[in-house]
Design a protein around this ligand. Structure first.
Ligand SMILES: Cc1cc2nc3c(=O)[nH]c(=O)nc-3n(C[C@H](O)[C@H](O)[C@H](O)COP(=O)(O)OP(=O)(O)OC[C@H]3O[C@@H](n4cnc5c(N)ncnc54)[C@H](O)[C@@H]3O)c2cc1C
Length: 408
């Protein structure tokens, strides 16, 4: 084992990105310390959609079986017109889709998914998880990184991975591109018991009702015990907000113009919470010597491709492969990781904005054009369109070599 392998890698943040990075690095023989600001490791919010590329990553991280057990496998991606109530397109996610991409499409509860990663981290003798540790800054001297905590404590390692999310302190130092962009899109989330979901909508699909400047998403979760409801209104909200409780009347405000069937879904929601969403323009300076960004810290995105967490997991697989392939040269490993990941994640960020504008939120003729184009495509055409994403990232030579070593 090389000197770098023996030294601890420090990770700021214990979300999906931080824990999967820890798992990937530990699998390659690195010891890892995760520093999480919150007093308890966990996830806020309910559902998350996972494309087949997430399952490729689960398998590489050694948690494929556990992740598969708690997923609900939806049969379709279904687009409804929120003004007319028309069923625009249904993309089949069953056998032909799974055969094409080698893995399923699924929805999971965030807490369940985070729990799978947490248990795997806790079971690894190479991973130390610390809570109540807010990272404020770092220093480096060419062979080590010293991470500064709010408490005044300093933690030393061979490298620092900034997986500290949208408001990343590590990014402030690595990129220095100011605050995230407030997109003006307000999202309201609720979870309801399945028996409270309108009976005629209890179908096994990730469903999008798309309307002018607003949309509704729903799908079953947690073994069909509950439905996840996420509704979004592009109301030009000026300030970022996270998890503020709001009443039903406020949620309905942006949906007075949609079809009664779509409005009715909102009336079934309870305990609504509000987020004003942010993203960032893609940046390519994710690395500063022995420090690199990962997940939302590197490429925060709107949720319209349902890929933010999937990208964080792919980042982790790639980081671990590159650290393995460039043993003894951490700076080269991080730079190679950056090169592998920048364009794919920039594509997600920019496409999410475009998909929001042209699929989720258009009105009038723009919406009619969406319906005409999308309803004319066959499943196979959709699979071709989505292949760059769901087949997973192209692998570099060093990643292929690293994988072959692990499998031999
Ligand atoms: C409405 C909505 C729906 C979404 N739906 C999907 C979906 O269907 N599919 C999908 O793949 N993605 C989805 N996403 C995106 C996904 O939630 C994120 O991309 C993903 O959770 C990012 O994980 P992360 O670990 O990088 O960041 P985070 O989850 O933000 O984790 C960062 C962690 O770092 C900690 N932290 C912060 N600052 C510090 C500090 N200074 N020191 C130490 N620790 C710190 C935080 O407490 C947190 O635990 C959605 C997002 C939204 C908003």
């Amino acid at each position: 084992m090389s000197q770098d392998t023996n030294k601890a890698i420090v990770i700021a943040g214990g979300g999906i990105g931080g824990l999967t990075a820890a798992l990937g690095l530990a699998q390659k023989g690195f010891s890892v310390t995760v520093l999480e600001r919150a007093p308890v490791l966990g996830e806020i919010g309910a559902g998350i959609q996972l494309g087949p590329n997430a399952f490729h990553a689960f398998d590489r991280l050694g948690v494929g079986d556990a992740a598969r057990q708690m997923a609900v496998y939806v049969d379709k991606l279904r687009l409804m017109d929120a003004i007319t109530g028309e069923d625009v397109v249904q993309i089949n996610l069953q056998e032909p889709f799974r055969k094409r991409f080698g893995n399923p499409y699924a929805v999971v509860h965030r807490g369940d998914l985070h729990g799978v990663f947490l248990r795997a981290c806790e079971a690894s003798p190479r991973i130390t998880l610390r809570t109540g540790c807010a990272v404020t800054a770092y220093e480096q001297d060419g062979s080590t990184v010293t991470v500064k905590l709010f408490s005044g404590e300093r933690v030393k390692g061979a490298a620092l991975i900034g997986a500290d999310g949208l408001w990343s302190r590590v990014r402030e130092q690595v990129v220095g591109d100011g605050l995230p962009r407030v997109t003006g899109h307000t999202t309201y989330r609720s979870v309801i018991p399945t028996e409270q979901m309108p009976e005629d909508l209890r179908w096994n699909a990730a469903t999008l009702w798309a309307g002018p400047k607003c949309h509704i998403v729903h799908y079953p979760l947690s073994g069909w015990k509950v439905f996840n409801l996420v509704v979004t209104y592009h109301n030009d909200a000026p300030e970022p907000v996270a998890g503020k409780p709001v009443d039903e009347e406020e949620v309905l405000e942006g949906f007075r113009h949609v079809h009664p069937r779509a409005q009715d879904i909102i009336r079934h929601g309870t305990d609504w919470k509000l987020w004003v969403l942010c993203d960032r323009d893609p940046a390519d300076r994710w690395v500063d010597g022995r420090v690199a960004l990962l997940g939302d810290a590197a490429h925060p995105t709107l949720q319209y491709m349902a890929q933010g967490a999937c990208m964080a997991m792919e980042d982790s697989v790639c980081l671990a492969d590159e650290m393995d392939a460039h043993r003894g040269d951490i700076e080269a490993a991080l730079e190679s990781y950056r090169q592998q990941r920048v364009l794919r994640t920039a594509r997600i960020v920019l496409m999410s904005r475009a998909v929001g504008e042209h699929i989720y939120h258009p009105a009038g003729t723009h919406a009619a054009l969406r319906n005409a184009i999308m309803s004319a495509k066959s499943d196979d055409e959709w699979y071709d369109i989505l292949a760059w994403l769901y087949s997973g990232p192209p692998q570099s030579g060093s990643q292929v070599a690293s994988q072959a070593r692990a499998e031999s």
